[in-house]
Design a protein around this ligand. Sequence first.
Ligand SMILES: [Zn+2]
Length: 45
Amino acid sequence: MAEETYTFVCTVCGWEVTVDTPELPDDFVCEVCGVGPEMFELVED
Ligand SMILES: [Zn+2]
């Protein structure tokens, strides 16, 4: 059974992160530029 993953990209710096939930947690921060989850966009495959 394949596990579903979701890739989000930071719209400020372009850093990508792959997680197994369709939303990032409220306290998520970009590891590169430090912005919060509101600045991330889901990348459609
Ligand atoms: Zn960033």
